[in-house]
Structure formats: structure tokens, C-alpha cells
Design a protein around this ligand. Structure first.
Ligand code: HEM
Length: 146
């Protein structure tokens, strides 16, 4: 059963997720390097990053359930990518963003907060960039940018 609406939502939301996780990670890294306090809009960015990641996770899980018939028949590299790599890496990335924000909230100094968001979010960003089936990769060949 194909679901073009959820497909499109998941595909489009990648850019929102990547942008907000990158922005929050880099802004906190800058704050850490300049040793200055976190501004309200910066804190909001890191919270919205968690929200968008969770929405993407839910849409991804729905797609996975709906397309399981097709995915379970896949073999070789394609099978490994969709059964293990995409899902496994993305779940770890979303967990890192969630844990990063939770541990930052508990940290007692502004510098420790900045450091945790910067580290967790930027690692999550790298994992997401790696596990997306971009059109220029073998696995994403034939897929669109949106
Ligand atoms: C949170 C980070 C995630 C990002 C940035 C992301 C990104 C993407 C992208 C760009 C595609 C290709 C869409 C297209 O070409 O139309 C895709 C496909 C897919 N994703 Fe994710 N994804 C994420 C998480 C997940 C998770 C956690 C799951 C499952 C639990 C999942 C399941 C799927 C499935 C089943 C497809 C294939 C849909 C199809 O065959 O058209 N995704 N994802």
C-alpha cells in the first residue's frame, strides 16, 4: 500500500530536521567557544529540534509498518539499508538529540549545557546525513530531492 502523503511528508521533513539540528548544534558550539550564556531563542531551537525529530520518527515508523511487505522482500545491499541501516541509524540519531537536550537541561552551568547540545546534536547530524538515501548515492539512485 503506497501512501504518497506520508512519503512526501517524510521526505520534506528531512530538510527541516537537518536544518534545525545543525542550527542548534552550531549555535551552541559558538556559544561554547565564545563562553557566553544561552539566549532564549537558542534554547527554543534545541527544543524544537527534539519535537521535529520525534515527528519524523513517528512518520518513519508508520512508513516502515506500511511498507514492511515490500521491505521484507528486499535482499542484498538494498535490504540491509532499509531493514537495518536507515532505521537503526535514525533511531540512534533521534535518541542522541533527545538525550542531549535532557542532559543539557540537568547540567548546572551554561558552558556544560552548550557543550552537551553541541556534541550530541552534531553527532546526530552526521549520522542523519549518512543514513539518508540521497539521490547521488547508489541506494538512493532514482529518488528525488524532495
Ligand atoms: C529522523 C530522521 C530521519 C530522516 C532524516 C529520514 C529521511 C528519509 C528520507 C530522505 C527518505 C527517502 C524519501 C524519498 O525519497 O521519498 C526516507 C525513507 C524512508 N524512511 Fe526515513 N528518515 C528518518 C527516520 C526514519 C525512521 C526512524 C524510520 C523507521 C522507523 C524511517 C523509515 C523510512 C522508510 C520505511 C522509508 C522508505 C519509504 C519509501 O520506500 O518510499 N525513517 N527517510
Amino acid at each position: 500500500m503506497e501512501n504518497p502523503f506520508l512519503d512526501f511528508t517524510h521526505s520534506l521533513l528531512r530538510y527541516g530536521v537537518l536544518l534545525i539540528v545543525a542550527a542548534a548544534g552550531l549555535i551552541h558550539l559558538r556559544g561554547l567557544l565564545l563562553q557566553r550564556p544561552i539566549l532564549n531563542y537558542e534554547r527554543s531551537l534545541s527544543i524544537w529540534a527534539v519535537v521535529l525529530c520525534h515527528v519524523q520518527l513517528i512518520v518513519g515508523l508508520l512508513l516502515y509498518i506500511m511498507y514492511w511487505g515490500r521491505i521484507s522482500d528486499m535482499a542484498g545491499e538494498e535490504g540491509r539499508f532499509w531493514k537495518v541501516e536507515h532505521i537503526g541509524t535514525m533511531v540512534v540519531a533521534v535518541a542522541l538529540v533527545t538525550i542531549g537536550r535532557a542532559t543539557a537541561k540537568r547540567a548546572t552551568t551554561e558552558i556544560a549545557k552548550q557543550k552537551r547540545i553541541a556534541i550530541y546534536y552534531l553527532i546526530a547530524l552526521a549520522l542523519m546525513l549518512w543514513a539518508i538515501p540521497w539521490p547521488f548515492t547508489d541506494i538512493g539512485h532514482g529518488r528525488a530531492w524532495l
